[in-house]
Design a protein around this ligand. Sequence first.
Ligand SMILES: [Zn+2]
Length: 300
Amino acid sequence: MSAINIEKCPLCGSPDLKKVFDVVDHFSSGESFPVCDCRSCGFRFTNNFPSEDLIGKYYDSPDYISHSDSDKGIANKLYHLTRRYMLAEKAKLVSCYAGGEPGRLLDVGCGTGYFLQTAKEKGFTVTGIEKNERARMHAITRFGLDVKDDKSFFDIADGSFNVVTLWHVLEHLEHLNESIKKVRDILTPDGIAVMALPNHQGYDARFYQTSWAAYDVPRHLWHFSANAIEKMLNKHRLKIMDIRPMPLDAFYISLLSEKYRDSNTLVRYGRAFMVGMAGYFCSLRNVEESSSLIYIVKKN
Ligand SMILES: [Zn+2]
């Protein structure tokens, strides 16, 4: 296996890195991957992860619900129920921050196209980028959407989109700095980027530690906090306009984390509910307690 070994912090360039702990890939391979922190800026990331051309098989599971329409099992049913609610919320949020008439919207990592379709119904002219062929074909055939493969992302002309959305996508992209730079380039001067990211400093992440399902190694390469993403965006002449919590994510992530801990069913649902509720109430006081955060970003 060809692994990417990171020797310098992708955020600040420091070679002073330390391993925090190993995290097991419970979802797909059962392999362990080291999660490291940069001693200089605190940026957290997965190390020794498979390169872009080999990582595909780590996504290749019928359980990967971001890319399927399966509604088997309670966790999947819960996911689909919350997805419907979240799609409407996401579209509302994007319309609100974009202001004015709906313009051109690009969803990077659009999966099976549900958000794009919702945005299209709101009046946006939509385009998607999706690496997974099965998901891409679903978006094209079911909704008739304009969805291109991931290679096309870097061919997009500068200033083409008023809105670029990345819903839980940036943490998957091997070429992190290049991807953020490209997002900046393709935005119009007053365009907005909307990025949803897991937050490893949230309540549920601290509770579950190495079992926290949103570490999701080796698919998640970069583990952001509000502080780290702010530094990363500033480096690329982007600034955060607002941060919004995604409190519902804590319930789903906690349920998955309990599954990874192999808790019995009663404990699993009981504790996931308690952790989800605790995280939710903490996030009302401090947004950075939220399991995931949505960043509204503009050019500097
Ligand atoms: Zn660093």
